[in-house]
Ligand binder design. Structure first.
Ligand SMILES: [Zn+2]
Length: 114
């Protein structure tokens, strides 16, 4: 029954200016900090499209960065307008879910060591 099921958010809530909470259809709740999400921006200005290499340097993003706006993109993604003016990143639900599972460590052996 779970096969091929789409990862869909049931609820998307902005908690204050710098945190987003997503409740997924399967009941999982994920919280995201604005600065963390901004650093993981998947747009072509932040990540090299061909090599997948991250161009954006994490330290250039302020810890107190906020989200000024969150918009749905179709039925599959979110687009943020950050307080630093950046707004070209499209965060698919699949990507957001992945980030959450990675952050919480679901037993997978791929920790970030940069
Ligand atoms: Zn970007």
């Amino acid at each position: 029954m779970a096969a091929g099921r789409q990862i869909e958010p049931r609820e998307i809530v902005q908690e204050g200016a710098a945190q987003l909470r997503i409740t997924w259809a399967d009941g999982r709740v994920c919280r995201y900090r604005a600065a963390d999400l901004r650093r993981l921006c998947p747009c072509a200005q932040c990540v090299n499209e061909w090599t997948g290499e991250r161009i954006l340097r994490a330290e250039t993003i302020a810890e107190d960065l906020t989200m000024q706006d969150v918009e749905l993109v179709g039925r599959y993604a979110l687009c943020f307008r950050w307080s630093d003016g950046h707004q070209t990143g499209i965060y698919s639900f699949r990507y957001l879910r992945e980030l959450c599972e990675r952050a919480e460590g679901t037993g997978e052996d791929d920790r970030e060591e940069s």
